[in-house]
Design a protein around this ligand. Structure first.
Ligand code: GTP
Length: 325
């Protein structure tokens, strides 16, 4: 029995106010909730998915009661935040063979089957996926030994402390033996557990393609652009588009109504949204049932579901709305 744990209990503070009413794992990105996108990438060898939820866990439970998945999904809701280590420790009695752990906010091209095969070939207690970035200071940075073993791990280093550009990409393969290196007091895998396994038990698996941590507005919009392109999304037939100019990539969902709008590049308009004449929507997401008046200029922004924007509103690099669904 191979299990996958998705860590989905964080507050998602960087995506407020959107996450005031939608937990980050259920935030739709190019039309599909993040958590659903992660589950869709799991190999068919996974026979149970455990979603470690916390903040707004009841929304996540409701989602899975309404949306049937290929593998059984169990939602375990924490009643206080346990952190990434505490969330796993909480599940220790269910883990009796190699298992996967995935952060609930990452979109990437990692092959999980390849990563599991690599992990097994190294006899590691845990293998973490690695990605190269220009600025590692917002992530966990790793230094590799000669081979694939991780010799040093430091969470969110300063510029001076950052000893490489290779970061923890948020997907792990683990053995139940990891629990011998943890206890009930541990809160953070990244700060308390990984740094203690740098004696050859922790390995790193690099991959190519793309990797986006969607936890911030900017990264959310980057991921949206990538997904619209990659999935060939566009204007659905039932969307009402009258006199709009399009600068692709753009996607518009069913029931949306747009008149005389300049849309794109990188615009996603969700179900039921209305945008009136003269408005410009660029590098932005307009979520379900939002309505945008005339002559608005929305750039680098996420308009929350149900938000109503008056004529001539300007939004630059914001998440707007105290959403009402
Ligand atoms: P920010 O508040 O914007 O930093 O977002 P976040 O709360 O989601 O934190 P972060 O992006 O660092 O979390 C990485 C992953 O771990 C996300 O998938 C979170 O849902 C998850 N996570 C963070 N804290 C907890 C926790 O206490 N319990 C569980 N089960 N998951 C958590």
């Amino acid at each position: 029995m191979v299990k996958a744990v998705v860590l989905a209990g964080g507050f998602g503070t960087r995506l407020r106010p959107l996450t005031n009413i939608i937990p980050k794992p259920l935030v739709p990105i190019a039309g599909i909730p993040l958590l659903q996108r992660i589950i869709n990438t799991l190999p068919s060898s996974i026979d149970e998915v455990i979603v470690a939820a916390g903040y707004r866990g009841h929304d996540i439970e409701k989602y899975f009661s309404e949306n049937v998945q290929n593998a059984p999904v169990v939602v375990v809701t924490e009643h206080k935040p346990l952190g990434t280590a505490g969330a796993l420790w909480n599940l220790r009695n269910s883990m009796d063979s190699t298992f996967l752990v995935l952060n609930g906010d990452v979109v990437n091209s990692l092959s999980l089957s390849d990563m599991v095969a690599f992990h097994r070939s190294r006899n590691a207690v845990a293998t973490i996926s690695l990605w190269e970035v220009d600025d590692p200071t917002a992530f966990g940075v790793v230094r590799l030994s000669d081979g694939s073993a991780i010799a040093e791990f430091r969470e969110k280093p300063s510029r001076e402390e950052a000893f490489s550009n290779l970061i923890n990409a948020g997907t792990y393969v683990m053995e139940p033996g990891i629990f011998e290196h943890m206890n009930h007091e541990h809160f953070s895998l990244e700060r308390e557990v990984f740094p203690r396994l740098t004696d050859g038990q922790l390995h790193g698996f690099g991959f190519e393609g793309y990797w986006i941590d969607c936890g911030s507005r900017e990264m959310f919009l980057n991921a949206q652009q990538l997904l619209i392109n990659k999935e060939g999304l566009g204007i659905v037939k039932s969307a009402k588009m009258d006199g709009c100019s399009l600068n692709r990539p753009v996607a518009v969902e069913k029931g949306a109504r747009l008149k005389g709008v300049r849309l794109g590049p990188n615009a996603y308009v969700e179900t039921g949204a209305v945008i009136e004449e003269g408005s410009v929507i660029e590098n932005s997401a307009v979520l379900s049932n939002a309505s945008i008046g005339r002559n608005c200029r929305i750039t680098g922004s996420i308009v929350c579901p149900g938000t109503k924007l008056e004529d001539s509103t300007v939004s630059d690099n914001q998440i707007i709305g105290e959403p009402s669904l």
